[in-house]
Design a protein around this ligand. Structure first.
Ligand SMILES: Cc1cc2nc3c(=O)[nH]c(=O)nc-3n(C[C@H](O)[C@H](O)[C@H](O)COP(=O)(O)OP(=O)(O)OC[C@H]3O[C@@H](n4cnc5c(N)ncnc54)[C@H](O)[C@@H]3O)c2cc1C
Length: 405
């Protein structure tokens, strides 16, 4: 069967969304139920077209997350499973390590808290290092204290998503590209009916891993009207090829405790390029790969959601800073130069961008943890922010448990 074939009119389980998470879930389901007819519907003409191929490519070790949260548990488990999977399948992987760098005394209490969290989460090899060791690990970095996580790695999540797709198809699953799920409903006769332009797919059960569109599909299926997805654009800069070896691994700032993002960091990507970013700016479209892209429906939904205004009121200073960094690359480069002072603004060139699917409640709180909602015979992933790519194999187990319960 070809990936361009139209979806079947009936199957046992339908998965909507061919990003790394939908593919990990489809793979997990077919491993557990090899006889089941499982199909995956992806609206784009290729897999992993959105967040799964527009990210930092960092396999997080689990330092940041609140102990006991799903993110803490599934990041540590997921990174370990992904490490084994990539080794078995000879997929991209480099253990490049990471420094979270405090550049001033005011950041030390937050670094202490991160150390406490990392230790509670069982992050292997995590330890505090002083200025001398900072220079040994990353000669260009400067700081008064840092957390060093040697297990942090870089990979190519799109390549991993492709490998998941191959496993799924080899086990008998079918993938249908160019098949947007327009809406879904639960008929009185049971199961789930997914409407696509090529006709309806009747499934006994369905899983929705639709990333930036996840709230719309959940609501159409009778799910909770809250939270909604707000697209948060993350723009990167790159260093010119001749300046790329400024950093060996990953250098991160101590993050702002009020925001669920990690702050603009320097990442030596698997392909050797050096990325600076990402910024975090509310976008005018759910596919705002260009800075000023606007989609009227997306922007209207964002502006009509009361949480957007509450968020901007609460974080107006950070919002303005991120908007300025997005519009003026030199400003973002200077911010990164606080971590690596020899970084020259002249060496910086424009880089790629990604759009985060960030769930936001009515009161303006960004939903930090992974959120999975069950509605009748369907399971909806309502929030899968970073580190969901790192956690994909472990998160897929949790979603499969709920789907087959
Ligand atoms: C800038 C940025 C940096 C990041 N850095 C990291 C990192 O370093 N490490 C990490 O672990 N995570 C990182 N993340 C997070 C990570 O990329 C995501 O958590 C992860 O990719 C989510 O996967 P997904 O499959 O849920 O979403 P997606 O990859 O967005 O996939 C959703 C899929 O659903 C499809 N779809 C949508 N609507 C429909 C529909 N109606 N019908 C059918 N298909 C539909 C889409 O086309 C898409 O292919 C980052 C994210 C961003 C944006």
């Amino acid at each position: 069967m070809s990936r361009t074939d139209r979806p079947p009119s009936a199957c046992d389980i339908a998965v909507a969304g061919g990003g790394i998470l939908g593919l990990a879930v489809a793979r997990e389901l077919i491993v557990r139920q090899p006889e089941a007819r499982i199909c995956l519907l992806e609206c784009e003409d290729r897999l992993a077209a959105h967040q799964s191929s527009h990210n930092s490519g960092v396999v997080h070790a689990g330092v940041y997350y609140e102990p006991g949260s799903l993110r803490a548990k599934l990041c540590v488990e997921g990174a370990s499973r992904l490490r084994k999977y990539c080794a078995e399948r000879e997929l991209p992987w480099r253990n490049s390590g990471k420094l979270v760098l405090a550049t001033g005394p005011d950041q030390l209490p937050r670094l202490d808290e991160l150390e406490r969290r990392g230790m509670a989460n069982g992050v292997k090899g995590l330890r505090r290092v002083g200025p001398e060791e900072i220079s040994e690990i990353e000669p260009a970095a400067r700081g008064i204290s840092a957390l060093h996580s040697p297990q942090t790695a870089v990979t190519d999540f799109a390549a991993i998503a492709d490998a998941f797709a191959d496993d799924f198809e080899a086990a008998g699953g079918t993938i249908h590209l160019g098949s947007p799920v327009l809406s879904a409903a639960e008929p009185d006769s049971g199961g789930v009916c997914l409407r696509t332009p090529a006709g309806s797919v009747e499934a006994d059960r369905a899983v929705f891993c639709a990333g930036l569109q996840s709230d719309r599909l959940a609501v159409s299926c009778g799910g909770s009207p809250e939270p909604r997805i707000v697209p948060i654009r993350g723009g990167y800069l790159k260093l010119r090829p001749d300046a790329e070896d400024l950093v060996r691994g990953n250098v991160y700032p101590v993050p702002d405790p009020d925001l669920p993002f990690l702050g603009a960091h320097l990442t030596r990507a698997f392909d050797g390029s050096l990325l600076i970013g990402p910024t975090a700016m509310i976008a005018g479209a759910r596919d705002a790969y260009e800075l000023f892209r606007v989609n009227r429906r997306d922007l209207g939904d964002t502006l009509r959601w009361p949480g957007t205004w509450a968020l901007m009121r609460r974080h107006w200073r950070a919002s303005l800073n991120e908007a300025a960094n997005s519009a003026r690359p030199a400003r973002l480069a200077r911010e990164a130069a606080r971590l690596v002072p020899s970084l020259a603004v002249a060496d910086v060139i424009p880089g790629p961008a990604g759009v985060r699917a960030q769930a936001l409640d009515r009161e303006g709180n960004l939903v930090e943890d992974f959120l999975v909602e069950e509605v009748g015979a369907s399971v909806h992933v309502r929030n899968a922010p970073s580190p969901a790519a790192t956690s994909s194999l472990a998160l897929a187990e949790l979603i499969a448990d709920r789907t087959l319960a």
